[in-house]
Design a protein. Structure first.
Length: 131
């Protein structure tokens, strides 16, 4: 809460409810050998967001925890477009091989994460220091 409450201004206007959850059993690798720290779930049509934090989050330094929160909130804003793009990619790739579909979706995921992190880094520079 101490990281998220000051950042609520980053929630998009469409978000009417944001639920914060803790999951103490998730140990899924992010592909780089690191377990997840957090994830979001959104329901644009119902105007709600869920942010789930995982055990690795608490082992991170405070400044990194703050950066993770900013990153996840950027995903919330971007999701309206990114979720649509992902579903359209899936539709356009029907009939393609599984390998091609997987490659395109992985490239999309990496570009989405990079763009989200670019926004998060910029926003962090604009926010007052947390120290």
């Amino acid at each position: 809460k101490k990281h998220l409450l000051p950042l609520e201004v980053l929630l998009p206007g469409w978000c009417r409810e944001c639920t914060i959850m803790w999951c103490d059993s998730r140990q899924v690798s992010d592909g780089a050998g690191q377990s997840d720290t957090a994830e979001i779930s959104t329901s644009y049509e119902y105007r709600d967001v869920g942010i789930t934090f995982f055990p690795r989050f608490v082992s991170l330094p405070e400044d990194v925890q703050h950066a993770v929160c900013i990153h996840e909130l950027c995903h919330v804003t971007i999701c309206v477009l990114s979720d649509y793009a992902d579903s359209e990619l899936s539709r356009c790739l029907l009939g393609s091989t599984d390998a091609h579909q997987g490659a395109v979706h992985e490239e999309y995921r990496m570009r989405l994460e990079a763009t989200t992190q670019d926004f998060a880094t910029l926003i962090a520079k604009l926010l007052p220091s947390t120290k």
